[in-house]
Design a protein. Structure first.
Length: 229
């Protein structure tokens, strides 16, 4: 796939369906994290910080609807797109589904091709580089397929960490990222890295972005973190 492999959280209580779905997503190049009920889903949604959640409607204990509602009410998970799966196709269900804050809705039995297209469509909106989109910010162009970055048509030399940092910034220009959020996104949650490391790599990224001149597009937000623009 591309620079960053997006993580999909699959929430499905039926083992056979969960495995088929996971297998297909992995075959498409996604990382998959799996939950078999609503409680586990809510836990993994915070722990694994997935890029997208495919959520079955019919789950034991906490229903998919309730899981979706809770995900959308928490600041940490609100922005993660949710695709609901349901066996019921009535229009009323669709409306109810969308009222829970679900971003999309697929009726079972679904075609794998269609579901993959829906997953990609959501990611194109929230994590464009992860599905190979080219990112642009002012005179900077980042190609996530070839890992090339140019500024005013000059090709920039960037280390892998600086490339991932820039990708994160360019996916959401103007957004202020805390050092902790950048650590999660760029280094991953499983690795312990000191927050000062972020400052070191930001310094390198700034230098790289200005290697052929031009203004420093990165903004230091005192007491908060960093933003592009
Ligand atoms: Ca189910």
């Amino acid at each position: 796939m591309s620079a960053e492999q997006p993580t999909v959280l699959v929430v499905e209580d039926e083992p056979a369906q969960r495995e088929v779905l996971s297998y297909n997503l992995e075959a498409e190049g996604f990382r998959v994290s799996k939950a078999e009920d609503g409680e586990q889903a809510l836990l993994l949604a915070e722990e694994d910080a997935p890029d997208i959640i495919v959520l079955d409607w019919m789950l034991p204990n906490v229903s998919g609807i309730e899981v979706c509602r809770r995900l959308k009410s928490r600041a940490e998970t609100r922005g993660v797109p949710v695709i609901m799966l349901s066996a019921r196709s009535e229009e009323v269900d669709r409306v109810r589904g969308l009222e829970t804050g679900a971003d999309d809705y697929v009726v079972k039995p679904y075609s794998v091709v269609e579901l993959m297209a829906r997953v990609r469509a959501q990611l194109r909106r929230t994590r464009p580089a992860s599905v190979g989109e080219r990112l642009e910010y002012e005179d900077i162009i980042l190609d996530s397929e070839t890992h090339r970055v140019t500024r005013s048509e000059n090709q920039l030399k960037l280390g892998p960490t600086e490339f991932r940092l820039l990708t994160t910034f360019m996916e959401k220009p103007g957004r202020v990222w805390t050092r902790e959020q950048l650590l999660d996104r760029v280094w991953g949650r499983d690795i312990y890295v000191d927050t000062r490391t972020v400052d070191v790599h930001i310094g390198r990224l700034r230098k790289a972005l200005c290697q052929f001149g031009g203004n420093d597009p990165l903004r230091t937000v005192r007491g908060a973190g960093y933003a592009l623009g």
